[in-house]
Design a protein around this ligand. Structure first.
Ligand SMILES: [Zn+2]
Length: 360
């Protein structure tokens, strides 16, 4: 209890009580302001715009954009200590296992609508993977015609996007301009991962000329398909070596870590800035000069990332540049001496697609 003279000071008002309330309000307000920034005055991650990748939105009616697998969510993963990096997964071959599905459809509106009714997965998820496969040759948001035909053989894996084993797209079937695109999953001798090949032995996905990774599972996001996401994503196991594509100077390391994770920025000799995000570890220092081909880091799953991948981003004068345009692309072909084996391996897949077609 306050003494009588404080509760009823001269003048008739409880000034001390007013004062105590005022001080309390001021302290609380100060605390609220401080909570808006981290202790070193840097805005918290939620308000940081630099390189934060917005979530991809898949729509049931619009064709789904090409989506990253391990990217652009709010889950943040710590770096994996070198002695705990998981072993590389054994690549899956083309052999169908349990849970394999065949699907065929005729285009009436969008590509994702064409996949309505697929088993064990969502139309958006399957159409995103399917669209990504053929994205190097055609744009399924622009180049579709009514009556075009899709065929796909896939597996649904727990908690992952569908794994396509074989896919075919027939543009304007039965017309003079009919064109067939096919992709069969197959691991070429000497490759670390299976890729997709057309029946003539040409690799379906293109590759960057002298890009940052010698080998990777697949490119899961292209700039042209998701312009709001400012780079290219390569799905890789954690610990894959990242090379400097060009001679460069290391300009920054580990900026905006909550989003970027461990990251390295290079300045190429032509002034182009290159960002490498979500690394597990880096092997260079700020200010260091590196020759083209120098291993500068190992890929990881740090920052805003849900699976091992490399985000590679280029900028010139502050403007984002497409690595596909900057580096150029190439398309590999199988050596003639492996073509027999390739055809033997993919023939059953091709026959299954044909069987599915006959049932239409
Ligand atoms: Zn990315």
């Amino acid at each position: 209890m306050l003494p009588e003279f404080l509760r009823y000071p001269p003048g008739g008002k409880p000034w001390l009580l007013y004062g105590a309330v005022g001080v309390s309000l001021a302290l609380n307000l100060g605390l609220a302001i401080r909570l808006g920034t981290s202790s070193d005055g840097v805005p918290l991650a939620g308000s940081v715009a630099d390189s934060v990748e917005p979530a991809a939105v898949a729509s049931a009616t619009e064709p789904a954009p090409i989506q990253a697998i391990g990217d652009d969510t709010t889950i943040s993963n710590a770096a994996v200590p070198p002695d705990q990096v998981p072993p590389l997964p054994a690549p899956l071959g083309a052999a169908a296992e349990a849970g394999t599905h065949l699907y065929s459809g005729i285009v009436t509106s969008s590509i994702s609508a064409t996949f309505t009714g697929v088993a064990d997965t969502s139309p958006a998820a399957l159409s995103a993977v399917y669209t990504r496969l053929f994205a190097w040759d055609m744009d399924m948001r622009r180049d579709l015609h009514k009556g075009d035909r899709v065929e796909v053989m896939y597996e649904q894996r727990e908690g992952q996007e569908p794994l396509v084993l074989a896919a075919r797209f027939t543009s304007q079937p039965g017309t003079a301009t009919e064109h067939v695109y096919s992709a069969f999953r197959w691991q070429a001798p000497g490759d670390r991962f299976p890729s997709y090949w057309s029946p003539d032995g040409t690799e379906v996905p293109k590759r960057l000329v002298a890009g940052p990774l010698d080998d990777y599972e697949q490119i899961t996001s292209l700039l042209k398909d998701r312009p709001t996401h400012e780079g290219m994503d390569f799905k890789t196991p954690i610990g894959t070596p990242v090379e400097a594509p060009r001679a460069a100077v290391v300009t920054r390391i580990n900026w905006n870590q909550p989003a970027n994770g461990n990251c390295v920025e290079l300045k190429y000799q032509d002034g182009t800035m290159a960002k490498f995000l979500h690394l597990n570890e880096f092997l260079v220092k700020e200010g260091q000069s590196v020759a083209a081909g120098t291993v500068i880091a190992k890929t990881g799953n740090t920052g805003h990332s849900t699976g091992g991948h490399l985000h590679y981003q280029l900028e010139q004068g502050g403007r984002v540049v497409d690595p596909v345009d900057y580096h150029g692309t190439l398309r590999r072909t199988l050596q003639p001496d492996v073509m027999d084996r390739f055809h033997t391996d993919v023939k059953p897949l091709e026959q299954q697609l044909d069987g599915q077609l006959a049932a239409l």
